[in-house]
Ligand binder design. Structure first.
Ligand code: SF4
Ligand code: SF4
Length: 395
């Protein structure tokens, strides 16, 4: 199991040989790697990256520009870890390498700025954190979850959907779905801080711990018995890392990705769905699928929409090809993101679907950009948008 949490700020200092020595250089991981498939250079393959980390750990190489260009051209998708027959947790090693770069102050300016924004503003964009509910402004009416001091569930919106207008429709449709199903939920607004994922990935352990404890405290203050997430990265870090950082503090709090929450609501008959005659394909977000093992819930929701046909892509579920949008690659090499996303888009086109559905704001943004650049006739929707389409007409 890959994870982000190591000894505070350890970088490669706390690394042991056993973590990279099992690599037999078999190369099985290369074909799974979305960036290797574009760059076609062994130095830019997972095994090349493992070899680089080994050389660095043994003092046979120094971290410089060449190191950054290989370590950071990675989406942290964990496809390499998934296939490795020797059990090398490659994406974990790659996070350790990033931590080492942060420790030695070698991160490129875009990534260092991210940590500064988070320290000052508690969100990735560096804006006033009090503006977290700006997406609520053009809804027909203010969400019921605003200013609610007690609730059974907290909806944790995440930085991207809170601050990037291109993703505002995800929380907008989510709150409408929660309300249509009669869920008593609360929004934390300015009390929500970045989940800490980017801080853990950058090696800022103490800062991440502060965010973790703060967010749990705010959920407890509302008296919620569960938290629902639309962002797979927030969900992943709450599920995998929060219990390891906060220990018993999180006990008794259920965590759901919105796809799991919607699947339950539909099963309970709380979200009647009208017919949608569409052929769709589903893209598994890496943080939701491979890293959190949530594959079935989104498909269950899609299959429950009358008239809808779900067709699968060639590489799916645990073998899903990453869209290219993860690992902060966009900050480092946006053209590589585009090239990687084109490959995923081609697999979606092959299915003959009219719509590609994902359950992640970053996948949606990345795939939509590829659709625009490639001028392909395919719609990109978040799962919540599609479900809202099926619910709206029934209201
Ligand atoms: S699949 Fe595992 S053992 Fe094979 S090259 Fe990749 S990391 Fe090494
Ligand atoms: S985590 Fe993904 S992008 Fe990074 S080396 Fe592994 S397969 Fe490639």
């Amino acid at each position: 199991m890959s994870h982000l949490l190591h000894e505070p700020g350890a970088g490669l200092v706390g690394l042991s040989e056993e973590e990279y020595l099992p690599c037999t250089r078999c190369g099985l991981c290369s074909y799974t790697c979305p960036t290797y498939r574009v760059l076609l250079s062994q130095a830019q393959s997972p095994r090349g990256r493992v070899a680089l980390i080994r050389a660095l750990h043994r003092g046979e190489a120094a971290p410089g520009d060449g190191f950054a260009s290989k370590i950071l051209r990675c989406t942290l998708c964990a496809a390499c870890t998934q296939v490795c027959p020797s059990g090398v947790v490659v994406d974990d090693l790659l996070v350790r390498a990033r931590e080492e770069m942060a420790r030695q102050d070698l991160l490129p300016p875009g990534l260092s700025r991210l940590s500064q924004n988070l320290a000052l503003a508690h969100n990735i964009s560096g804006e006033d954190n009090g503006l977290r509910l700006i997406w609520t402004e053009n809804l027909p009416r203010p969400p019921q979850g605003t200013n609610r001091s007690r609730a059974e569930v907290v909806y944790f919106v995440g930085c991207v959907s809170s601050f990037f207008p291109q993703s505002f429709h995800i929380p907008q449709t989510t709150v409408q779905l929660l309300e249509a199903a009669g869920v008593e939920y609360a929004l934390l607004g300015g009390d929500e801080w970045c989940c800490g994922y980017p801080l853990l990935a950058n090696g800022s352990w103490h800062q991440a711990r502060e965010a973790v404890l703060h967010n749990i405290d705010r959920v407890r203050a509302v008296g919620a018995s569960g938290v629902v997430f639309t962002c797979p990265s927030c969900y992943h870090v709450w599920k995998q890392e929060y219990p390891r950082i906060a220990g018993a503090d999180l006990e008794g709090v259920a965590l759901w990705h919105v796809s799991e929450f919607l699947a339950d609501l539909v099963a309970q008959g709380r979200l009647p769905l009208r017919e949608l005659n569409e052929v769709v394909t589903y893209h598994d977000p890496c943080d939701l699928g491979r890293k959190s093992q949530v594959w079935e819930a989104p498909r269950q929701v899609l299959r429950s929409i009358p008239g809808l046909t779900l067709v699968e892509m060639r590489e799916t579920r645990e073998n899903a090809l990453c869209c290219g949008g993860g690992g902060n690659l966009e900050t480092y090499d946006p053209e590589l993101v585009l090239a990687a996303s084109r490959r995923r888009l081609a697999q979606a086109v092959e299915t003959g679907a009219q719509t590609i559905v994902s359950a992640c704001q970053q996948c949606e943004r990345t795939l939509a950009q590829a659709v625009r650049r490639q001028k392909v006739r395919l719609r990109v929707l978040d799962l919540t948008e599609l479900v809202w389409k099926a619910v709206e007409q029934k209201l």
